[in-house]
Design a protein around this ligand. Structure first.
Ligand code: ADP
Ligand code: MG
Length: 573
């Protein structure tokens, strides 16, 4: 479900590359991302590796390596200056649309684009902005085999600073909301009771949840690594939520790199582009997620315990996941293991005190990067594994109740009048959350169903699914609603209806497979949130970085992994 090279005519300018200022204002993201160093500031930079900051050290090493490579490639580059490493392919599908980007891409000359394309491709390869290449057979299973750059936008998309702040401020509120909703087992069960009858997948999740309620299972350590997604509605200029992801919120690793890629390109080409690299906000999602996980691991209090990453048997987005594992290891000395649900079923064991063992090793934290889609459970074996983990004392990210709290049906229930008030106390928070809710309806609302049949292009129909590619748009909304009406069964309970959001369209350079496409595109902003509560004490409740995804305006769906979108960052206006 859920996805992010550049030299310039740098030559000598690369001496500034030694980077690393401990006094840099955005120290964290700087550390992570190696190259934010403005050449103009180089005289102020120095480097002090410390034991405390192992990742800093690691990245320093990478930078040194990079610097060396850089100088040699630099010479090469100047010799092969006319080499076209990436093609710019024009695919302007929507002419004449007002573009609002800070940068008018129409005015950027082809030569400059070619240079940036080349630099961006090199940068992404050297910095791990990569995914498995689907055309290479073992690329989804074996790390280091068949890597390709992650799809990304060549330059960041303009986004109003006020709306970015608004989205950031919502993150801790949504973190708290998810936690509160997850505590109300009756609300979850009742809200999903009609869905349960027609959706076998949701039904299985609810069965596990019921079992936990029967056991009166308490989760003392509650870890949430969420991402709330938004689009900026062009007409009303309002920030509207698409959904909140409580399971497998992806791209915390790669999104940071895209922000750094964009900064780096702007540092090198900013003058010619008329852009300022400081307007790309710092993004330390992976560091913050790793910190939340490490804190949960510490609370579990077993120095030998591991973090278990639950994975799909084939995963082309594995490097995004490895980034998180790597930061956990480098910065917190916490080790992760990766297992599929089937492997966990085969190797997992529950001790009488609730300790989860996998392959004989104690698991402190279970981090799900699989388990959100029916296809992740091809047999009873996978469901057994899910139940086993849920019954254990390991910290689940997410627990079954956090998972259910993030379903689309619950999103729709929360949008009903007076429901938010059941879970949040602060009136201002309630107002902020409500403001970002788009129209959301259940299909038992016959008035809205009639309206959607009349104007299907104004709605999106959503089943209880995650991972992209499941929603229904346009004429298909009409057809499906008419069919459901005719059938008169309960199948309508499998869906919700949502107001379709129309964000502004801007001209973008989209990079995929080394090819640059110029097209009109729309963007979706995801804000990460990390939450950790130990019994009654909230240890962490933070906005934790961001993800921008951009897709061609003519495409309905937004998934990067699913092949619809590219990773992006933002340029504050
Ligand atoms: P999933 O769980 O599959 O990610 P989403 O609700 O996020 O489901 O929908 C997938 C994609 O469809 C989004 O990333 C977005 O691009 C598009 N989308 C979803 N809801 C809307 C909406 N209300 N208006 C416009 N586009 C939408
Ligand atoms: Mg989504």
């Amino acid at each position: 479900m859920r996805k992010k090279l550049k030299w310039v005519k740098m030559g000598v300018r690369y001496s500034s590359l030694s980077l690393c200022s401990p006094t840099h204002q955005n120290h964290q993201s700087f550390r992570l991302a190696t190259f934010t160093c403005d050449t103009k500031q180089k005289s102020n930079f120095s480097f002090y590796p410390t034991d405390k900051d192992r990742i800093f050290n690691t990245h320093y090493r990478r930078v040194s390596l990079f610097a060396i490579t850089q100088f040699s490639i630099c010479g090469l580059h100047s010799r092969i200056g006319n080499l076209k490493c990436g093609r710019v392919k024009e695919m302007e599908t929507r002419q004449g649309i007002a573009t609002k980007e800070a940068l008018n891409l129409q005015s950027v000359d082809q030569d400059l684009v070619q240079k940036m394309v080349y630099d961006a491709l090199v940068w992404s390869s050297l910095h791990g902005l990569v995914v498995g290449d689907r055309s290479v057979q073992r690329s989804g299973k074996v790390p280091g085999v068949g890597l390709v750059h992650a799809p990304f936008a060549l330059l960041p998309v303009s986004f109003p600073e006020s709306h970015f702040r608004e989205a950031c401020e919502l993150a801790p509120i949504f973190n708290e909301l998810v936690d509160r909703v997850s505590l109300d087992g009756k609300f979850l069960q009742e809200s999903l009771s009609r869905t349960k009858k027609v959706d076998p997948f949701t039904s299985r999740l609810l069965d596990i949840h019921s079992k936990m309620l029967e056991l009166n299972k308490k989760e003392d350590i509650r870890l949430g690594l969420h991402r709330s997604d938004y689009m900026l509605d062009e007409q009303t200029k309002s920030l509207l939520q698409i959904e909140v992801n409580t399971i497998s919120s992806s791209f915390s690793g790669l999104s940071c790199l895209v922000s750094e890629l964009h900064r780096s390109l702007i540092i090198h080409y900013g003058e010619r582009l008329g852009l300022d690299s400081k307007k790309v906000p710092g993004n330390s999602a992976v560091i913050q997620f790793a910190e939340a996980m490490a804190k949960a691991w510490t609370e579990y209090n077993n120095a030998r315990a591991l973090v278990l990453v639950v994975v799909q048997s084939e995963e082309h987005n594995m490097y995004d996941q490895h980034w998180l594992s790597s930061v956990l290891k480098e910065r917190h000395n916490v080790t992760t293991i990766r297992k599929t649900l089937a492997e966990i079923d085969a190797e997992g064991e529950l001790l009488p005190d609730g300790t989860l063992l996998v392959g004989g090793q104690v698991i402190a934290v279970v981090y799900f990067r699989a388990g959100y889609a029916p296809t992740d459970y091809p047999s009873e074996s996978e469901w057994r594994a899910r139940l086993l983990m849920e019954q254990s004392s390991a910290v689940k990210c997410p627990s079954i109740s956090y998972h259910l709290a993030g379903t689309k049906k619950i999103q729709q229930e929360l949008a009903k009048p007076n429901v938010l008030e059941r879970f949040l106390d602060n009136k201002e928070d309630i107002a902020k959350v409500r403001k970002c809710f788009a129209g959301l309806w259940s299909l038992d609302d016959s008035e809205i169903v009639s309206k959607a049949i009349e104007n299907p292009e104004l709605y999106v129909m959503k089943p209880q699914r995650e991972g992209g590619g499941n929603n229904i748009y346009g004429e298909d909304v009409k057809e499906t609603l008419l069919r459901l009406k005719k059938d008169g069964t309960d199948e309508d309970a499998a869906y919700i209806l949502m107001q379709r959001i129309f964000p502004s369209v801007s001209l973008t350079f989209l990079m995929r497979d080394g090819i640059c496409h110029k097209d009109h595109a729309i963007s979706e902003l995801g804000i990460y949130g990390a939450y950790l509560r130990i019994k009654e004490k909230v240890i962490m409740n933070e906005q934790s970085g961001y993800l921008m995804r951009t897709k061609v305006a003519s495409s309905n769906e937004g998934g990067v992994a699913a092949g619809f979108a590219v990773l992006d960052s933002l340029y504050l206006t």
